[in-house]
Design a binder for this molecule. Sequence first.
Ligand code: ZN
Ligand code: ZN
Ligand code: FE
Length: 748
Amino acid sequence: MEKTYKIKIWGIVQGVGFRPFVYRLAKSLNLRGWILNSTGSVHILIQGEEEKIKKFLDDLIKEAPPLSKIEKIEKEEINTTEKFIDFSIIESKESAGFNFISPDIAICDDCLKEMRDPKDRRFNYPFINCTNCGPRYTIIEDLPYDRDKTTMKIFKMCEKCKEEYSNPESRRFHAQPISCYDCGPTLWIDGEKDSNIFEKIGKYLEEGKILAIKGLGGFHLACDATNNKAVKSLRERKKRPSKPFALMMKDMDMIKRYCYVNEDEEKILLSKERPIVLLKIKDLGDISKYTAPNNKYLGVMLPYTPYHHLIFDYFPKPLIMTSGNISDEPIIKDNDHAKEKLKNIADVFIFHNRNIAHRVDDSVVFVENKELNIIRRARGYAPDPIKIPIKIKPTLALGGELKNTFSLGKDNYVFMSPHIGDLKDKDTLSVYEETIQEFIRLFRIEPEILVHDLHPQYLSTDFAEKFKKYMEVKAIQHHKAHFFSLLLDRKITDNIICFSFDGTGYGEDGNIWGGEVFIGNLEEVKRIAHFKYFPIAGGDYAIENPRLIALSYITKYFPSEVENIFPHVAPFEKEIIKRLIEKNENIFYTSSCGRIFDMVSALLKIREHIDYEGQSAIELEMHAMESKEERHFPFKIIEGEKIEIDIYPTIERILEERKRKDIKDISKKFHNTISQIIVFISEILREEYKINKVGLSGGVFQNRLLLKTAIPLLRDKGFEVFTHKNVPTNDGGISLGQIILGKENNIK
Ligand code: ZN
Ligand code: ZN
Ligand code: FE
């Protein structure tokens, strides 16, 4: 019996070779009908013997292309007298509903092999790609995903490319960015006409020049990582004194010469997302010490575009590959803009003419306890949707101030923007607003609810204010957003004890929170415990100068020690802090765990001033990594309406031990102390609330040593431990948590 079915499939099914796959499958089973891309889904009409249609559907799920992700299938039988004679791919059509967009994908092995084949017509072609690899999100201007809606539309396919594009047997069947030497984009060195530009690039790198290279989602600034002078001058020109630079290395062998790489790390380095992976240094060898000062890790990635591979043909050494921008501004994506903005940084510009529709930085990840931790979610991951275990109204969550991302969600999907940056300058803010508009347009989600951070002075709060007339605007406390971010990320629906430890977040009582313990679920959340508030004088200046945090604490709690510990500090500075503390003026009170790390780092003279966010805690961790100390310092738990964690005894002991002990051991004991606090509080709360799940969320948990000590301790005590998996634990993940306010019934 012949039957006809209409099938609708949602998910990542566009730009991943799905239509050719379906075409081949239908053909192989002698089925007839058609397939088309619609907005956010593909539609199939299939006609033939019932048995074969059943097999078609089974294989459709079982054998779907590796990059596709089927979220939902709807099947409906239709009565028709129409007889189809063949199976075909027909023109795309627009329809309602929201979209999925594939992230960009690193060059695949097949394309790499072809590129290296002297007999292939794409031998050494810098833009080779196929349906399994290449640019996606960065070239998509609109949906459905077809060539004329990408930045490839200006390149008219040559006959040979057209042939591959329309041949269902070809790996490039309907590969929208398909191109070749005859018809595709070109790469050139600005101001030069040269046939072998890669040889030239190698020469420039060898000479110590700084290159601005247009990549997939924006520009990189590149130089020879083994050239001290070049790396140092890149630091000076980029106004980035010490924040580590990322590296690109030729291949796995090269990486293993410098870094330890375990099995999981290797898998991620080679994954189609191809992020920067933080790897423990084995031997820095000839790599410049200015690459990652005072750090035991290197951020390393493998080549991910065809032309990255080609660069290494003439320069077989590690390359610095840092975002093309000035300090923390958004990554630059257009040729003209790069030339203007980077003219005082780069000596040479490498341009190409495939326009970047959306900027996206490199992603940054690390593996600890065999688990993936995403520090920056961007290329390769965004804008893959995050599926959440609740249903939400169309909601836009604006994110936090630092490492901002925003999230746009509807039903049980959240589309999180790639990493945008720190929302403190005008350039970042305009990129932020532009990306929000793009997301609303591309994903066809018109927000009805706008969620922002509780902080009255955030630029995103300002932004939200403007929309009060048009939609419902809600605010959520920063650490509660961390809490919900973890629950949504890990799909936790029952009760959990969650430690939300980070640097700064505006608290509901007007104090600065950052060392919070919550209990709750997706319905309600309650703050149960926090670090005891301590005063910090000096405002924002103190954040950049952790010495003031330490000075404030010592002035308040150990006044007789001030002279002892800070003999090098100008008397007027001590006097000012003393007066502010005594008068309780120009002071903020905080429970921030991040600030406690800063304080300890300053007390141990590891860092009194920082050049980038998190530096003092990172360097404290690096010192601690060299110690085998397993003991910890005392701390005090004060039980009251809220449990307070008092670190007075910890600091008291640190002051005492710093006179006679190695700071590495003290640093390690401090890390152990934070781990012990987490375990101790967890046990008290388990006893009282009968909850066995423990979650860790917040920037403090980027500290790998802390993860390495706290998690096994918790597991030893029988706790089930949850850390982030799909979004960053830092503020780059909070927009996902904020989206909770888009839920139908309000959160208590
Ligand atoms: Zn490919
Ligand atoms: Zn061509
Ligand atoms: Fe935070």
